[in-house]
Design a protein around this ligand. Structure first.
Ligand code: FES
Length: 129
């Protein structure tokens, strides 16, 4: 059983921003075929900032803590700033992750990045934002 930091336990027990956004501006999904865990991020964008971020995660405790932390870190940031949230930074903010759980932090950062790219792609294609 891996040993988790207090921050991981806190975000796992009380995850922030769980849920779905109605009519999101972007959706990003990411999964790991090895463990089978999945996460989806939903974003709302206003004036190039992440006005709201929510997620749904079917995964291990670390994956839930990571999603919660990523959503908190991303909220209110500009898209450019949010794209700079890397798995390493997320793991650091969580006070570290056990080595065999590091892939869980990849999922969170990647799902968020995908949601932002989804938004940017739609915008480019002539969306209403
Ligand atoms: Fe796969 Fe955590 S064990 S995301």
């Amino acid at each position: 059983m891996p040993v988790y930091s207090q921050q991981v336990m806190d975000h796992f027990m009380n995850p922030r921003n769980v849920g779905e956004i109605e009519n999101p501006d972007g959706i990003g999904e990411e999964g790991n075929p090895v463990c089978g865990d999945m996460m989806t991020f939903y974003i709302k964008v206003k004036d190039n900032r992440l006005e709201d971020v929510k997620f749904k995660t079917f995964g291990c405790g670390a994956a839930i803590a990571v999603s919660s932390m990523v959503s908190e870190m991303a909220k209110g940031k500009t898209l450019e700033e949010a794209l700079k949230i890397t798995p390493k930074i997320v793991a650091e903010e969580l006070g570290g992750l056990p080595k065999n759980k590091f892939h869980c932090s990849n999922l969170g950062a990647q799902a968020l990045t995908r949601a932002i790219k989804d938004y940017l792609g739609k915008k480019k294609a002539g969306g209403d934002k």
